[in-house]
Every structure is written in C-alpha cells, then in structure tokens.
Design a protein around this ligand. Structure first.
Ligand code: AKG
Ligand code: FE2
Length: 421
C-alpha cells in the first residue's frame, strides 16, 4: 500500500486528493483525505455502502488510486471547495469520482427540443437508467455472434455499432483485445442522423427511449462540468459548452463494454492503454479492472498501473484529449487500460457502461482564445498549436486505428511521452 501511495503524492494529485472510503475489510486510505470528508458529513460517510451487492468484493489487499470523490449535489449548490476539488482533479489527474446521489431536481420539465440546463440534472435518475441499461447490455451481448456481427460498421468507416472480441488491438504488436463493445450514437437516438441498423433489442421504442433519457441525463452533467471548467479557465461565458451542444452533430455515444472471465494461466489486457479521444467520459463501473497510470514526478519517476476501485452510486469521470488540445494542456487526459478484475471478481463477466462526450464534429481542436490560464500554459510549454484537425477526423482516426488491421500509430493521442512507460 505504502509503495503506491507514495506514487500518488499530493503534488501529483492536488493537496485535496481524497481516497475513496474503505469498503468492508479494505485497507484505509491516507488520513488527511478522509478528514476532509468526515468534517463535511460524518454520518453519511460512515454508514454508506459503497460496495456492489451480489458481486464478489474488490480484494482488500490491493492498492487503489486515490481519486478525488466529488459530490454532484455539492457542485450544484455551488460549494466552492467542491468546485476547487473538481478543478484540481481535472488538471492533476484528469480522473475523479462523481457521487450521483442527489436531491430531486426542480419539477419543471424542460421542453426536450431545448439544450439541457442545470435544473435538469438528476443524479439518482441517471443511476436508475444506468441500472436498466446494464440489464439491456447483458441481453445484447448474449445474442448470437453472427447476429451481433451484422452491426459491425467498421468497413463503412464508422465506429458505431458492434466490435467483437479480438477485433481491436491492445498494443503496437497487434495483440488482440479481450472485450466486445456496442456503441450507440447520440445523434441516431436523438433523431439528428439516420438510425443505424440495430438488433431489435436496441431498436424498440422502449430501448431507444431509455437510451435517450440516459444520453440526455449524461449530457446535462457533461454540460455542467464544462461550465465549471469554463469558469475556472476564465474563458468567455459559455465557450466550452457552445462546442458541445446536445442537438448538434457530434461523435457522442453510449458504449457497453463486456469482457468474459480470462483463464488464470492466460491473462491479457482486455483493453489496451489509451487516453479518451473526446472531452468528458462518464463511466459506470461495477467490477474492478480499470487501471490508471498516475503521472510521473521527481519522487516517482516510474509510476505503476493502479486499479480504480468501483464505488456504488458513483461514476468515474475522466477528461479526454479534446480538452487537452483546446486548453493547451491545462486540463489532463490520463492514460488508462482495462485488465482482468482482481481476485474473485475475475470469475465474473465484466461489463461497463460509458457515455463519451466529444466536441461537435466541425470543431477544430485548436487552443481556445480568451483565457489567460490557457495563454500562460501555452507560453510556458512553448509548444506549437499542433495540426489543424476537426473533432470528427480526430475521433475517426483514433477509433479505427485501434481496430485489428488499423493504423496503430495513427491511433495515438496527446499522451506522447507518457506512453513510454
Ligand atoms: O471499461 C472500463 O472501465 C473503461 C473503458 C474505457 O476506458 C473506454 O471504453 O474508453
Ligand atoms: Fe477509456
């Protein structure tokens, strides 16, 4: 434990880094972080159950990454400490937990043709649609392989639809991945683009409604986080949000990821190391397996891959390369990968559910103007403002480069040096 904690020192993760509270029998994370939580609401944090029922527990003796735990409802009530935590986590690690338990939102329902507002945010409702989508995902992956393969659209140049096990690669040597994906486009579900062929399970009105509600709920949280980051960056009001409008054409999508248990004597990465391509990723994890590589620092020049402990009622939020490019690296997209869930969890099929928010297709991924913080960072790094590429081209190049037979080199993100570990 101590070895890993020293890798993720406060200098890397921000002075207010908070490790998740211990699950039953879990080794305790560092004290200062917990003090912060306990002062805020001791009762709640002592008694809450953050382990997933009906699943084997995450092993107590495996170190986990001390991601900050940020409360959505505190953010919504404009809690300045919480907003600072979000800002620090977005710059230092680019990963944090978001606690979705929230009071019910205002009862005025919005007109669905309009852009979502902060009054539409309902963390508990999002958790409940995620629950339903987990059940739907299970049925989806149980369909016969021949049926699922009908919805692989790679040859049409699209990353939406199905990707079979081994149809992606995890490294430059072309080692096959160990998971399957199903990607559903936001534009398809909101009627912005023509619907793609899909299995009946996904094309029924009920399934599309459920996906729409989940996408709108997720997008509302994304827009809110973008607003907070926009303010902290000192950008002109609404600038980041205006590049991520719900009803405009973008590569936003829901993804289910499913990985069957791997044989004990033949373990392999399920999903290779990568940074996410887009802006903000909202990840629902139930079993372990996700790992992050913390940033290196003078005291830890060679950090190690560290598990992210799944926490019930929480999502894992991470920032992607588009935000790095738009902010000249003020915000961080951190490398992560997926391996077999540890211990007893490795006997289960691991499914996760993700919402990827990306800039609108036509947004050019250039550093934004109008922020002193961004200008200063650009001056400090002395880096040129990269190639002229739209979000659409960037995502296509990166997503399809990771398919078997794709161009691995072209799939590289902004991580540069970090990939050498
Ligand atoms: O399944 C997970 O936990 C992470 C998936 C992921 O990183 C991705 O799909 O980009
Ligand atoms: Fe990812």
């Amino acid at each position: 434990m101590a070895a890993v904690m020293s890798q993720t020192s406060t200098s890397q993760l921000g002075a207010s880094a908070i490790a998740p509270p211990a699950l039953p029998h879990q080794t305790l994370p560092p004290a200062p972080a917990l003090h912060h939580l306990e002062q805020d609401d001791p009762k709640e944090d002592h008694n809450e159950d953050l382990a997933y029922p009906n699943l084997p527990p995450f092993p107590s003796d495996i170190p986990t990454a001390p991601l900050l735990r940020i409360s959505l409802s505190k953010l919504l009530s404009n809690d300045l400490t919480e907003i600072t935590n979000l800002w620090n986590a977005s710059r230092d690690l680019g990963f944090f937990y978001l606690d979705l338990r929230s009071p019910a939102p205002s009862t005025t329902k919005r007109d669905s043709a309009h852009e979502p507002s902060e009054c539409d945010i309902d963390g508990s409702a999002l958790l409940s649609s995620a629950e339903k989508l987990f059940s739907l995902g299970e049925k989806l992956f149980q369909l016969p392989t021949e049926e699922k393969l009908k919805y692989d659209f790679k040859d049409q140049g699209s990353y939406f639809g199905y990707k079979g096990i081994g149809a992606g690669v995890v490294d430059a040597q072309g080692t096959k991945d160990r998971n399957e994906f199903y990607n559903v486009s936001k534009d398809d579900i909101l009627g912005i683009s023509e619907p793609l062929p899909a299995p009946e399970l996904l094309s029924s009105e009920d399934a599309r409604d459920l996906l729409r509600v989940f996408m709108e709920g997720s997008h509302a949280i994304v827009t809110f986080i973008l607003r907070l980051l926009n303010d902290k960056l000192g950008l002109p009001e609404g600038k980041l949000q205006a590049l991520h409008r719900l009803h405009e054409v973008s590569g936003d999508q829901v993804r289910w990821v499913s990985a069957p248990p791997q044989p004990q004597n033949d373990q392999q990465k399920a999903l290779g190391e990568h940074t996410d391509f887009g802006s903000i990723t909202l990840l629902h994890n139930r079993l372990g397996g996700l790992q992050v590589l913390p940033p290196s620092s003078p005291s830890t020049p060679k950090p190690e891959w560290t598990y992210v402990l799944p926490l019930r009622h929480h999502i894992i939020v991470n920032l992607g390369d588009a935000l790095v490019k738009l902010t000249a690296g003020v915000l961080r997209s951190n490398i992560h990968r997926v391996v077999s869930p540890p211990g007893e969890q490795g006997k289960e099929t691991r499914m996760s559910l993700v919402y990827f928010a990306r800039p609108e297709d036509e947004v050019v991924l250039k550093r934004l103007e109008g922020s002193k913080v961004i200008d200063q960072k650009a001056t400090e790094s002395g880096e040129e403002d990269g190639e002229w590429i739209t979000a659409k081209e960037w995502i296509l190049r990166r997503a399809l480069g990771r398919r078997a037979g794709g161009d691995w080199k072209a799939s590289a993100g902004t991580e540069g040096e970090r990939f050498k570990h």
